[in-house]
Design a protein around this ligand. Sequence first.
Ligand code: PDD
Length: 285
Amino acid sequence: MGNLAWLNGKISELDDAKVGVQDRGFLFGDGVYDVIKIYNGHPFRLISHLERLQRSCNAINIELPELIGEVERIIEILIKESGCTDGFIYMQVTRGCAPRDHFFPIGAEPTFLIYILDLGFPSTKTSRKITECITLPDERWMNCHIKSTNLLPNILSLQKAKEAGAGEAILYRSDGAVTEGTRTNIFAVVDGTVRTHPESPLILSGITRNIALDILREANITVVEEAFSIDELGRASEVWTTSTGLEISPVNKVDGQLIDTIVPGPVCSLLVDEFWKKVEAECGV
Ligand code: PDD
């Protein structure tokens, strides 16, 4: 019971799982990760997250050390043995331990860590929070579709948001195009149309973003995957974030300016309701 880890084949308490100081994840941030939510003892959208982890590994030339079916089995065991009903699964793959050298090491085995973090309480529709955002220049690299453990620009931006009393920073490129948040994808209703940045190397292809797109299409609500500008964000009638951790979270303020409709607005309310129906159907919440 408790927070369990699986590290290169060995299960232990999370605090007892240890990686060598020469691990390239530690020295270079040379690795990728993914995060899955557990509802009611079931991992939500497991396969989509595992496929994304596989794509991230492929993108940086690391071979995922286990077949996807085997990772599913490990996760099942970890959830069962930890007794976790509501929490997160964190998975990280690095290029492994080797004497420090920028070149890829020859013969190093990747480090594969999977652990369960028990939330200790259920995430429910009513436990969602309304998020206040600030906007900041997007200072990240041009491969944000890879879920890299290099998160320095993300965490520095999120810390600025926190210090400004906000819960997320919405990032924009030098041309003014809004990309995403530091740990979320961003949607806005601009002049009556739902917009979000298209899939590209400038954003992470969020699993929750894709669920939101499915829900909107199922409800015959037009959604345009086209970047909106920071000016358009300023006049949006609804803004929300999507992420595994915070699900669909309505935004009430951007840079101190209140969104002028009741928050959550009609489109976001529909998304929240339909999102939780999908969680219920898959995880029996
Ligand atoms: N973050 N964009 C970024 C930069 C992210 O880091 C995340 C997720 C998302 C949303 O993706 P998804 O819906 O698949 O969770 C978008 C995770 C949860 C994290 O870093 O903990």
